[in-house]
Design a protein around this ligand. Structure first.
Ligand SMILES: [Zn+2]
Length: 130
């Protein structure tokens, strides 16, 4: 069993995107500023009119933690968690998969992938970029 995210009106576009195999970033329709995590108003100009763009899905590890304890339901430890600098200039927290922990390093190039949980939920995960 996975830990399910809270899906609400402000972030539904994001989870609709991961189901469709897209990493979506919220964009202000007034000033075009990108933002993540999603929110109702633009932090730059305050506008409520918002849309989204599809990110390249490429980024660079900015920092990371290796979670060894305590246990997480349904997960094998360790879990590699990184703060990723997206090529679009935003930061996002993500789980790095299929990587020996000795290879996890600041500056590592990563690319997004999607792990289906069920028909209604797919989680973004990150792999070492090709
Ligand atoms: Zn704005």
């Amino acid at each position: 069993m996975a830990v399910r995210p809270m899906v609400n009106r402000d972030n539904a576009y994001f989870w609709d995107g991961t189901l469709a195999g897209e990493l979506r970033l919220q964009r202000c329709n007034a000033c075009q500023a990108l933002r993540h995590p999603p929110g109702p108003a633009c932090p730059d100009c305050g506008a409520l009119d918002r849309g989204h763009v599809v990110a390249s899905g490429l980024g660079t590890v900015y920092s990371y933690v290796i979670h060894r304890h305590p246990p997480v339901p349904g997960k094998e430890l360790p879990i590699l968690l990184a703060v990723i600098d997206l090529d679009e200039g935003l930061r996002m927290v993500g789980e790095i998969v299929d990587l020996p922990e000795s290879e996890l390093a600041i500056g590592l190039r990563v690319q997004v992938d999607f792990a289906p949980v069920d028909d209604e939920l797919s989680l973004p995960i990150w792999r070492k970029a090709d």
